[in-house]
Design a protein around this ligand. Structure first.
Ligand SMILES: NC(=O)c1ccc[n+]([C@@H]2O[C@H](COP(=O)([O-])OP(=O)(O)OC[C@H]3O[C@@H](n4cnc5c(N)ncnc54)[C@H](OP(=O)(O)O)[C@@H]3O)[C@@H](O)[C@H]2O)c1
Length: 341
């Protein structure tokens, strides 16, 4: 396993991060119902990942409903005593209860949500605390002030954001700089071979300001593992087989064409499509760590191979060309004149 710095911070994280969205047997109230991993297997996945050098884990208070994922991680910490071997990331912002302040990115909710997460995780601090999605109703000044206070209190070491528009990301930096407060270090966002829209605004902004990207859903919910086939029903025990609306979201000819090239490259380099798709992400600028999602130990082993896979330049170029997003104005104009933007 190789290690990279966590965005703008000096903390070292494994280039593959263990995503905990599926940890624990989620009930019907959770979006992970029927596609999650029972507690005992989740505990084993954490041990296996750490043994393989994966020292960075990502969860959220909403994963698995009522803090289930955080509670499973807390149980693993209590059983193994290995809290300090892990760089732990969690998030707040989405609803954790019926009240108007049980959600959002206000100082009020951020601080209350962190106390609840610490209790479930059985720890006195979180290494990377993230706003799960921008909150249009809360001024960004209030968000960075709350995160700065938590940093000074020693309850978090760094803060990051997720699912932010690029203008809002820069506004966050601006608010921190104007007030002399801690800055965000990472953006967590969806990025994979069939979803590359971050390349227009977000990745140039991350580059310009020295921040790190943590791609989520790197296999597009499993689509890029190669187990789905054009014109065939999705396997019944798979995430996209169970969540049919999500399958409809990816079942597009343009995506199947990208998958065709991925399968071709995987054959050429004698690796699994999942490992190749993850290895392609590891070659993209600003990526600090790719957040892998796994339901089984076999998937974990498959995906871990990405860290050992050195993709030839030709293979990377082929995947990049086959999955290139359409350039609209002003990017087409800028590229035409300057060759970049
Ligand atoms: N910030 C956010 O808003 C946000 C949103 C989503 C996710 N995340 C983070 O990103 C992490 C990963 O997201 P994700 O679970 O959507 O990632 P993903 O890699 O796109 O999808 C993971 C799913 O694909 C299937 N899979 C994975 N590896 C496979 C393999 N080698 N062979 C066959 N199937 C395989 C499994 O589902 P099945 O076996 O059930 O088919 C697995 O649960 C999450 O745990 C979470 O930490 C963050």
């Amino acid at each position: 396993m190789k290690y990279r710095t966590l965005g703008a911070s000096g903390a070292r994280v494994s280039e593959l991060c263990l995503g905990a969205m599926t940890f624990g047997e989620a009930d019907e109230k959770s979006m992970m119902h029927k596609v999650s991993t029972p507690e005992a297997e989740s505990l084993a996945l954490m041990s296996r990942a750490l043994e393989a050098g994966v020292n960075f884990w990502d969860t959220a208070n909403v994963y698995g409903q009522d803090g289930l994922s955080e509670r499973v991680i807390g149980k693993w910490f209590a059983e193994t005593g290995k809290r300090h071997d892990v760089v732990l990331a969690t998030k707040c912002r989405f609803g954790m209860g019926p009240g108007p302040n049980d959600r959002g990115a206000s100082r009020l909710h951020i601080k209350r949500a962190l106390e609840d997460s610490l209790r479930r995780l059985g720890t006195d601090h979180v290494d990377l605390y993230q706003i799960h999605m921008q909150d249009a109703q809360t001024p960004e000044d209030e968000v960075v002030a709350a995160m700065d206070e938590l940093t000074r209190e020693g309850k978090i070491h760094y803060f990051g954001v997720s699912n932010y528009a690029a203008y809002r990301l820069v506004e966050s930096l601006w608010a921190s700089d104007r007030r002399g407060l801690s800055r965000l270090v990472t953006l967590q966002a969806q990025y994979n071979l069939i979803e590359r829209s971050l390349e227009f605004e977000h990745i140039p902004a991350l580059r310009r300001f020295g921040l790190g990207l943590l791609p989520w859903s790197p296999l597009a919910g499993g689509f890029l593992s190669g187990k789905y086939r054009r014109g065939a029903a999705a396997p019944a025990d798979s995430r996209l087989g169970i969540k049919s609306q999500r399958f409809e979201g990816v079942d597009k000819e343009a995506n199947w064409k990208i998958l065709d090239v991925l399968l071709e490259v995987a054959k050429e380099v004698e690796a699994s499509p999942a490992a190749v798709a993850l290895a392609w992400l590891l070659k993209q600028p600003t990526v600090s760590s790719v957040i892998i999602g796994v339901r089984t130990a076999a998937q974990l082993d498959d995906n871990l191979r990405a860290a050992e896979l050195s993709l030839p330049e030709g293979a990377i170029a082929k995947l990049t060309a086959a999955s290139a997003p359409t350039l609209h104005y002003p990017y087409a104009f800028l590229k035409n004149i300057d060759g970049r933007w």
